[in-house]
Structure formats: C-alpha cells, structure tokens
Design a protein around this ligand. Structure first.
Ligand code: URA
Length: 434
C-alpha cells in the first residue's frame, strides 16, 4: 500500500477500505508516514467526507492505537459522560456524584481545558491536594468503593488521535464532523464504559455553532457507539450563553457546590437533569424518564450527592472541607462590576466572549503548557431573558491584574445583547439522539 494512492483516492471522492485506514493510522502513529502526507489526506477528507464504515474504521483504528481499559474489574453497568465543551460547563462536577449516589458506577476520563472552554480536571484542582493522576488499579478500586473516579486521560489512550488532533489543529482540519466524531469516540471507546452519554453543545460558545451541525455530529457519534456495542445517547444542549452564572475555575466549583445543595441555576440544572436521566435509564435504574428524574432529585434533596462529592474529593487526595466551606475557595483580589446602561431584556450573552474574558484573566489555557489562575473568572448577574435597568450590575469580573481585568471587562460588555420585548424562554435541551 502506498500513502500517495490513499491520498489520491480520497481526493477523487472514493472510499477507503478498513485496511487502508488501519495502514495510515498505524503508520502515522508509529512515525512511518510524514506529517505532510497525513495533512494532505486530512484536507481531502474535509472536502470529500467519509461514510459510516470509514468513520467507524477510523475510530476503531485510533482506539486500538493504544490501551483499551478493562473495566471488568468494576462491578455493575459502568457509565461515562462526555461534553463537546462549553463555557461555564461544570456539569460533571454535579452530575457524577448524583449518579454515583444512586449506586451507578461512574468511570470517567477527563481532560484539561484549552482555549475558551474549561476542563473538569482544572476545576477539581481547586481542592488543594486533589489529583487525577491515578493508577489504573486505584481508579478501579475507587469506582468499586465509592462508585466514582475521575482520571486524566493517559498518553496511551488513543495516542493516534492525540497525534492526529495536534496535526488537525495546525492544518485547519479540525472542523469536519466525521473527524470530530471519530476523535471523540476513539477516546470514549478506549475508556470503555458500558453506557455513554454525550452532551453535544450548540451555539455561539460551542464547537458546533448551528443546531443542524450539532445534530449531525450527535448522530455520527451515536452510530459509532452503537456499532461498537455500546449503550449510547446524545443530548443536544444550548451553548448560546454560558451555562449557569459562573465562568472560571473556583467560581464554577462554588456554583457546583451550590447546585449540590439544591441552589443550582435553572438553565444549568435543566442540563444536569437531562443528561442524568439518560444515564439512569442506560444503567437500568429506572424504566422511564420521569422516574429517573425523581431518583436524581432525591440525591439533591437528601444531600447524598453533596456527601458523595466530598467523599470523592477526599478519595482523590483533595481537601474535602472546602466542599462544606466553599467560601474558602480562592477568589480574585480585584472585582470589577460591569454596569448596565440599557433598558430592556437580555437577549443573548455571547458565550465565546465570556469564555475569552476568563481566558485573558488567566483562567484558561492558551497553549497546553499554560499555567492557569484558578481564582479568576466572570460571574453573570444577569442572564438571557432577564429585565435590566440602567445602573444594574450585569456581571462581575474577578481578577488579579488590573490590565487583564479591564480587557475582560470590555469583552463582557461586548458579550451582552439586548432587546425591547420580553423573551420567550429558550429550552436548554434541543433534542436527544438515541
Ligand atoms: N474534541 C476532540 O476530542 N476531538 C475533536 O476532533 C474535536 C473536539
């Protein structure tokens, strides 16, 4: 087989065989095929696309380029949840302890944030001592004992995807739906839970700006999961404004703790319950969505999810006292209030601008190596649909550097849009693909 012929084939819109896909994925992973040939191939895929069989073969080849976890050491139906990335998305912090509190084992691999979206691991590191660098044995033991563990993605999990993603990032070939679906699913399949729920975000702050693209991505991922023998569903959720009020690591952790105490923002809880329902149904703990929701509500009312979260923080080395005293979490020294000058209703809050505001404050990572400031971010005092009067606070910027605070302030001002008429409430859940 020659790489030249494979590139040429795709250039002319033909389909790869499974063997051809294995050839170039394995060859690239082993360093036997150069970047320039794979770059040309990726660009050809962007123009010509891939069919269902090709996308599945690519996913499985990337999954098999490294280790596939053996979760058979954990008893029960293991569940995993994945988000395509959003601004203010602290869903995992609340949802995973709710699910674990119901006795459903959550074996989750997470990543760090990059760009304007945050990552679960960074947020959890707000608890001094917390680590996601667990050995596999520790990971299995924690899930068996307390029903949840979150581990950082190891270098040996779908390494071909890691190499290809880095190449796509610099060759303008990230935004092709089959490539995204295969990339995400290769890691989920290597993490190997029995049931997977995907949160596919759509809107200004998301990868998928249009609902049409979000549904297309969701359908491709669900198809891959089903073909690989997984129980899988995807929930398409709104990311046209940040989720909840808090954006920035410690601010989001505080909001998550409020949510575990029954005080979560409405939009955020709608997403938590939407995803949670899918997980509870997949684990066979309830027969229909209402019953699943009822079980989930019970974990908040009884505080069992809050206590589970504290137990989890402790099991992974963190200071669990902060779960009960979130006021001790770090906050930026400088607090700037963004004051409103309009009369009307908030019609939109560009999530990407708010994510970028948090990034310039130091709350996010520009490169993989950046060190982040956990204490900075933006708290939204007004959300979509809220009526506003001049002089009211729209949002508060938390910073440790005045220059950065001013830049973030400008971004927050640009993010808010208004209209004269009251808004019709926009549902957070746009649809479910099963
Ligand atoms: N996230 C991934 O893991 N892969 C992609 O291709 C895009 C988003």
């Amino acid at each position: 087989m020659r790489m030249y012929d494979i590139i040429n084939k795709k250039k002319h819109g033909e389909h790869f065989t499974k063997e051809e896909i294995q050839f170039w994925v394995e060859g690239y992973n082993r360093g036997q095929i150069p970047d320039y040939q794979v770059s040309a191939l990726l660009m050809a895929i962007c123009f010509q696309g891939m069919n269902e069989e090709e996308t599945l073969a690519l996913t499985l080849a990337m999954r098999d380029s490294g280790e596939v976890l053996d979760l058979s050491k954990i008893t029960g139906i293991k569940v995993d949840k994945h988000s395509t990335g959003g601004v203010g998305d602290k869903t995992s912090l609340v949802l995973t302890p709710m699910i674990a509190a119901l006795g459903i084992p959550v074996a989750k691999m997470s990543g760090r944030g990059l760009g304007h979206t945050g990552g679960t691991i960074d947020k959890l590191e707000c608890f001094p001592g917390f680590t996601t660098e667990l050995s596999e044995a520790q990971f299995y033991e924690n899930v068996n004992q307390i029903k949840m563990a979150i581990m950082s993605q190891t270098a040996n999990l779908a390494p071909a995807d890691q190499k290809l993603y880095a190449l796509r990032d610099v060759t303008a070939t990230v935004d092709q739906i089959s490539l995204i679906a295969a990339s995400i699913m290769s890691k989920k399949l290597a993490a190997n839970a029995d049931a997977i729920v995907l949160d596919v975000k759509t809107g200004n702050g998301a990868f998928m700006k249009s609902e049409e693209d979000a549904f297309a991505l969701a359908r491709e991922m669900v198809r891959i999961g089903q073909n690989a023998g997984k129980q899988i569903s995807a929930v398409i959720t709104d990311m046209d404004q940040p989720l909840g009020a808090a954006v920035g690591n410690s601010l989001e952790v505080k909001e998550a703790i409020l949510a575990l105490n029954g005080l979560g923002p409405k939009d955020f809880m709608e997403v938590v319950y939407g995803l949670g329902t899918e997980l509870v149904l997949a684990a066979g703990k309830a027969e229909h969505p209402e019953a699943a929701k009822e079980l989930l509500r019970g974990t908040i009312q009884s505080k069992s999810a809050l206590h589970k979260f504290a137990e989890f923080v402790k099991a992974q080395g963190g200071n669990m006292d902060l779960v009960y005293q979130p006021e001790l979490l770090p906050v930026g020294r400088i607090q700037l209030q963004v004051l409103n000058t309009e009369v009307g209703y908030v019609s939109r809050i560009l999530a990407e601008e708010i994510g970028l505001a948090s990034l310039v404050l130091g709350g996010g990572r520009i490169t993989k190596e950046s060190k982040i400031d956990l204490s900075v971010g933006v708290l939204l005092n007004k959300k979509r649909g809220d009526r506003v009067q001049p002089g009211e606070t729209l949002a508060t910027v938390f910073a440790n550097d005045m220059e950065k605070a001013k830049e973030a302030y400008g971004r927050v001002v640009r993010a808010y849009q208004f209209q004269d008429e009251p808004m019709v409430e926009i549902p957070m859940i746009k649809g479910i693909v099963r």
